[in-house]
Design a protein. Structure first.
Length: 164
Protein backbone atom coordinates (compact mmCIF):
# COMPACT_ATOMS: atom_id res chain seq x y z
CA UNK A 1 0.00 0.00 0.00
CA UNK A 2 3.02 2.30 0.14
CA UNK A 3 2.27 3.81 -3.27
CA UNK A 4 -1.52 3.78 -2.98
CA UNK A 5 -3.32 6.80 -1.58
CA UNK A 6 -6.12 6.13 0.85
CA UNK A 7 -9.51 7.73 0.29
CA UNK A 8 -10.61 10.47 2.66
CA UNK A 9 -13.72 12.58 3.09
CA UNK A 10 -14.06 14.88 0.10
CA UNK A 11 -12.60 12.38 -2.37
CA UNK A 12 -14.37 12.42 -5.72
CA UNK A 13 -15.89 9.37 -7.38
CA UNK A 14 -17.49 8.84 -10.77
CA UNK A 15 -19.77 6.31 -12.46
CA UNK A 16 -19.01 4.78 -15.84
CA UNK A 17 -22.72 5.01 -16.75
CA UNK A 18 -23.11 8.75 -16.22
CA UNK A 19 -24.33 10.51 -19.38
CA UNK A 20 -22.20 13.55 -18.59
CA UNK A 21 -18.87 12.91 -16.86
CA UNK A 22 -19.98 14.13 -13.43
CA UNK A 23 -18.37 13.37 -10.09
CA UNK A 24 -19.64 13.42 -6.52
CA UNK A 25 -17.82 13.73 -3.20
CA UNK A 26 -17.51 11.00 -0.57
CA UNK A 27 -18.96 11.72 2.87
CA UNK A 28 -17.63 9.51 5.64
CA UNK A 29 -20.60 8.66 7.86
CA UNK A 30 -19.42 5.38 9.40
CA UNK A 31 -17.09 6.85 12.05
CA UNK A 32 -15.70 10.07 13.53
CA UNK A 33 -12.39 8.76 14.80
CA UNK A 34 -9.76 7.99 12.13
CA UNK A 35 -8.17 10.82 10.14
CA UNK A 36 -5.50 11.01 7.44
CA UNK A 37 -3.67 13.97 5.89
CA UNK A 38 -5.30 16.25 8.44
CA UNK A 39 -3.04 17.75 11.12
CA UNK A 40 -5.99 19.10 13.11
CA UNK A 41 -8.06 15.91 12.86
CA UNK A 42 -11.17 17.80 11.81
CA UNK A 43 -11.78 17.25 8.09
CA UNK A 44 -10.17 14.24 6.41
CA UNK A 45 -11.87 11.18 7.87
CA UNK A 46 -10.65 7.92 6.32
CA UNK A 47 -13.23 6.29 4.05
CA UNK A 48 -13.90 2.61 4.70
CA UNK A 49 -15.92 -0.29 3.32
CA UNK A 50 -18.67 0.75 5.73
CA UNK A 51 -19.53 3.79 3.57
CA UNK A 52 -22.66 2.02 2.31
CA UNK A 53 -25.97 3.52 1.20
CA UNK A 54 -26.22 7.17 0.29
CA UNK A 55 -22.79 8.35 1.40
CA UNK A 56 -22.05 10.96 -1.27
CA UNK A 57 -22.72 14.70 -1.01
CA UNK A 58 -25.31 14.88 -3.81
CA UNK A 59 -25.91 11.13 -4.30
CA UNK A 60 -26.09 11.58 -8.06
CA UNK A 61 -23.89 11.52 -11.15
CA UNK A 62 -26.47 13.31 -13.30
CA UNK A 63 -28.38 11.24 -15.84
CA UNK A 64 -27.88 7.46 -16.02
CA UNK A 65 -27.25 5.69 -19.37
CA UNK A 66 -28.85 2.54 -17.95
CA UNK A 67 -32.18 4.28 -17.33
CA UNK A 68 -33.38 5.56 -20.72
CA UNK A 69 -36.82 7.12 -21.26
CA UNK A 70 -38.52 7.87 -24.57
CA UNK A 71 -36.84 11.28 -24.77
CA UNK A 72 -33.88 11.30 -22.33
CA UNK A 73 -32.45 9.44 -19.35
CA UNK A 74 -33.65 9.24 -15.76
CA UNK A 75 -31.53 10.90 -13.08
CA UNK A 76 -29.03 8.75 -11.24
CA UNK A 77 -29.72 8.07 -7.56
CA UNK A 78 -26.58 6.61 -6.04
CA UNK A 79 -26.89 3.90 -3.44
CA UNK A 80 -23.64 2.10 -2.78
CA UNK A 81 -24.18 -1.53 -1.82
CA UNK A 82 -20.55 -2.66 -1.43
CA UNK A 83 -16.91 -1.77 -2.02
CA UNK A 84 -14.25 -3.93 -3.71
CA UNK A 85 -10.45 -3.70 -4.01
CA UNK A 86 -9.90 -2.14 -0.58
CA UNK A 87 -6.87 -2.44 1.71
CA UNK A 88 -7.48 -5.69 3.61
CA UNK A 89 -4.59 -5.54 6.11
CA UNK A 90 -6.13 -2.93 8.42
CA UNK A 91 -9.54 -2.92 10.09
CA UNK A 92 -10.61 0.32 11.76
CA UNK A 93 -12.78 0.63 14.86
CA UNK A 94 -15.95 0.70 12.74
CA UNK A 95 -15.03 -2.82 11.47
CA UNK A 96 -14.38 -1.40 8.00
CA UNK A 97 -11.33 -1.75 5.78
CA UNK A 98 -9.61 1.28 4.27
CA UNK A 99 -10.57 2.39 0.75
CA UNK A 100 -7.75 3.22 -1.70
CA UNK A 101 -7.56 4.82 -5.15
CA UNK A 102 -8.09 1.32 -6.60
CA UNK A 103 -11.36 0.76 -4.71
CA UNK A 104 -14.58 0.38 -6.70
CA UNK A 105 -18.20 0.49 -5.56
CA UNK A 106 -21.29 -1.40 -6.61
CA UNK A 107 -24.61 0.30 -7.37
CA UNK A 108 -27.85 -1.70 -7.85
CA UNK A 109 -28.42 -0.08 -11.25
CA UNK A 110 -24.85 -0.03 -12.61
CA UNK A 111 -23.71 -3.30 -11.08
CA UNK A 112 -20.32 -4.30 -9.65
CA UNK A 113 -17.43 -1.86 -9.88
CA UNK A 114 -19.35 0.81 -11.82
CA UNK A 115 -18.20 3.57 -9.42
CA UNK A 116 -14.50 4.38 -9.36
CA UNK A 117 -12.31 6.86 -7.53
CA UNK A 118 -11.49 10.02 -9.46
CA UNK A 119 -9.40 11.88 -6.82
CA UNK A 120 -8.35 10.56 -3.41
CA UNK A 121 -9.12 13.77 -1.48
CA UNK A 122 -5.76 14.21 0.20
CA UNK A 123 -3.72 17.37 -0.23
CA UNK A 124 0.04 17.51 -0.44
CA UNK A 125 1.65 19.53 2.32
CA UNK A 126 5.38 20.08 2.57
CA UNK A 127 6.99 19.47 5.93
CA UNK A 128 10.39 20.15 7.46
CA UNK A 129 11.32 16.52 6.71
CA UNK A 130 10.53 17.09 3.03
CA UNK A 131 12.73 20.20 3.00
CA UNK A 132 15.66 18.20 4.37
CA UNK A 133 15.40 15.77 1.43
CA UNK A 134 15.50 18.49 -1.24
CA UNK A 135 18.42 18.66 -3.66
CA UNK A 136 19.78 22.08 -2.66
CA UNK A 137 21.25 22.90 -6.08
CA UNK A 138 18.02 22.07 -7.89
CA UNK A 139 15.87 23.97 -5.38
CA UNK A 140 18.12 27.03 -5.58
CA UNK A 141 18.03 26.91 -9.40
CA UNK A 142 14.21 26.77 -9.38
CA UNK A 143 13.80 29.43 -6.71
CA UNK A 144 16.99 31.46 -6.20
CA UNK A 145 15.30 33.63 -3.56
CA UNK A 146 15.04 30.70 -1.14
CA UNK A 147 18.53 29.55 -0.17
CA UNK A 148 18.00 25.92 0.86
CA UNK A 149 21.48 25.54 2.36
CA UNK A 150 20.70 28.28 4.88
CA UNK A 151 17.26 26.83 5.52
CA UNK A 152 18.63 23.38 6.36
CA UNK A 153 21.34 24.87 8.61
CA UNK A 154 18.70 26.88 10.51
CA UNK A 155 16.55 23.76 10.91
CA UNK A 156 19.51 21.78 12.24
CA UNK A 157 20.32 24.54 14.74
CA UNK A 158 16.69 24.60 15.94
CA UNK A 159 16.86 20.84 16.41
CA UNK A 160 20.10 21.12 18.40
CA UNK A 161 22.28 19.48 15.74
CA UNK A 162 25.81 20.85 15.46
CA UNK A 163 26.39 22.61 12.14
CA UNK A 164 29.87 22.55 10.60
Amino acid sequence: MSDKHIIVQGATVKCKFSVEPKTDKVKVLSHEKHYANDADGTEKLIATTKEIGQTLEKNTFGKCKLQPTSSDYLPCKVTITQWNDFYKNVTLSNKGQILTVDSKATCPVGGPDCITVDKHGQKGAASKQDAKKVDEAAANAINPVADMSNFNQEQDQEAGVEVE
